[in-house]
Ligand binder design. Sequence first.
Ligand code: TXA
Ligand code: MG
Length: 368
Amino acid sequence: MNTEIVKIEIDNDSVSASALGEKGAEIFTDEDKAIIRHAGEIIKNGGLVAFPTETVYGLGGDALNPESSKKIYAAKGRPSDNPLIVHIAEFDAIRKITSEVPENAVKLANAFWPGPLTMILPKSDAVPKETTGGLDTVAVRFPSDLVAQEFIRAAGGYVAAPSANISGRPSPTEAKYVIQDMDGRIDMIIDGGENEIGLESTIVDLTINPPQVLRPGFITNEMLSDVLEEKVETDRAIIEADSGIAPRAPGMKYRHYAPQGTLTIIEGKREDVVAEINRRLAQDKAEGFRTGVIASDETIGEYCADVLKSSGKAGDQFVAAHRLYSILRSFDDENAERMYSESFALDGFGAAIMNRLLKAAGHQIIKI
Ligand code: TXA
Ligand code: MG
């Protein structure tokens, strides 16, 4: 299949999400609008288009067309019991795809939509089981990225989209990674530059009481608890990897985001971590392995690895999240075989960073 690759670069930051509406029309050039209309037609005709969002790139198809969802699973090489998120571009669209919109969904939408939050709700008959991996619930998200919104509208309002990576690889945060994984497998890729956040949306399950976070993200448990006025906790199955409980988000059970070599997280006092990683690097090198390290700006000068990457200033969670997947992919591109990462604090957005890093490391963490 010949994949069309097109570029639309607008400055999402210059337009506040709330100023959308009428302004939406002015942000795009006529050429951009023609591209997005064309992308929308592809979706309406049952094709697949990768598009930018504020979290990671999505691989979009018509959420209400079972054949489109089947094509998404095939393009990603993804097991078909792993449900897709339905992306909408206005709150009211939620009514067609759900059988009930609880008060909590309205509260969370008012607080966080458009934005990096996905809600699990009971599905309506309009959503085929192919889209929800056979479940009676549907995941719904209203992204804040303006290209995403315009595209969803052009596509008819309901776009099923997993992250646009081959199943098991890190989610793509730049179009070049989408091209690496999807060129030749889908109809079109819209290059909208680097994604702002770089980790997938927070998923909150509103079909259970109290609501539960199934995947941590930029919207934290504290932020959700504040709005819902009750304590929201994370699905235990994803915190205790060895608990043997199945995660409520089917996708969280798969090994994910993993680089091709082995990744080990070393946690402890800064100088101890540096010494321990260097000790391991020396040993790996002696055995002939190519090595890699995820350090911080403060420690990067202290390591002797073949591939050295900084996750930014220590403590800057936003930068660390933004860079994580591209660092993991660059380890593969540069053929690193033995990799180490410093650990990150678990507060705030850190819970999401550590969740993805632990998955990438197959939960290999050494506390010293
Ligand atoms: O930020 C994001 O959410 C990105 C962008 C493209 O919007 N999308 C994304 O989709 O991360 P995906 O398919 O890579 O991850 C969706 C996760 C999977 O773990 C899946 O199992 C879970 O959401 N999920 C989807 N529908 C669900 C449902 N009805 N119940 C429980 N979990 C669900
Ligand atoms: Mg994914």
